[in-house]
Design a protein around this ligand. Structure first.
Ligand SMILES: [Zn+2]
Length: 111
């Protein structure tokens, strides 16, 4: 997930302002962080942010949540991708072992 400085750099590049106060409010307090990222409270928090920072600040608040969600999604996608790759490699190894065992069994003498 982007940290406060990264969120501020993204805002600065996008708008010319870092909106550091918004990103500090979003992320600084560990006990409030989840609450401040709660999408069901966007209207409530967004109206307060719009009143203080205008439409552009509101957009940076929503963008902060979007960037955090996307970072989490990409992390999950990577974890799932790694797990799937490991599972496929395991399955292929099992298939190779079974195939090898089958070939060897044909070499066994009839009893
Ligand atoms: Zn955040």
């Amino acid at each position: 997930m982007p940290n406060i400085e990264e969120h501020s750099r993204i805002s600065l590049a996008r708008t010319g302002k870092d909106y550091a106060e918004i990103h500090e409010w979003m992320d600084r307090d560990p006990e409030k962080k989840v609450e401040h990222h709660n999408v069901s409270r966007i209207c409530e928090f967004g109206s307060i942010i719009r009143a203080k920072y205008g439409d552009e600040g509101l957009n940076e608040y929503v963008q902060h949540i979007y960037d955090a969600v996307m970072a989490r999604y990409m992390m999950g996608k990577e974890i799932i991708g790694t797990a799937i790759s490991a599972s496929l490699a395991y399955h292929e190894e099992i298939q190779r072992l079974i195939k090898g065992a089958t070939l060897r069994s044909k070499e066994w003498p009839d009893s």
